[in-house]
Design a protein around this ligand. Sequence first.
Ligand code: G3P
Ligand code: MG
Length: 240
Amino acid sequence: MRIFAHRGNSSVYPENTMAAFRSALSVGAEGIETDVHLTKDGILVITHDEEISRVSDGKGQVKDMTLEELQRYDFGSWKGDAYKGEKIPTLIELLDLLKDTDLILNIEIKMGFVLYPGIEEKLLELIKAEGFLSRVIFSSFNHYSIALIKQLEPEAKTAPLYECGLFQPHEYAKTLGASFIHPSYRSMDPRLLEDLKKNSIGVNLWTVNDIQTAQYFNTLGIDGIITDHPEELIQALRRP
Ligand code: G3P
Ligand code: MG
């Protein structure tokens, strides 16, 4: 079972910063989950919310600020003084970090509260130019967005995000052309998993933060879990 670090090693480091991503690598995560948005000047940047005040000393929407403006703010101090000076990363910075690794990158396209016209084309262009297509899973709660990714690039791997009792997720994934589904772990059970496996649809669950739940899904044969505690879960699950 692959362990994805949710927003990097976000239980310890400020989420979605280069410090959190470097830590995910050093603790041995096999994948990283992150969230992308588009700046006013069309740059793909990494942060969770559309509005930056929860995780920075700035205020305002990503869509209304240029990269240069966003980079003036501190995205680390809210988590502790030790992280002062962490900047909002661009997606290219994260790709550079992962270049010489074999980690899988799960890019969540944030297309909910704010719509970013053209984000799918921009993402694909960058991911292909950097040679990452085979290592990326594009996910979103906006299923039109991942359907568009698949339409633009049939080789792309996509995954609908959801948190509900979705009816026959294996059929739904096939409709979308999705290689994976990314449900909340509460939306998965052994019967659904059996149908998904029969149809070769992979399953990565979020956000699994305790050892017992991780062990349960590991035993069931889930493909991956997305966690805020990669170090703790890796140690527990890989223990000989
Ligand atoms: O991709 C899994 C998870 O990140 C989805 O929710 O709000 O943490 O982006 P959120
Ligand atoms: Mg996310």
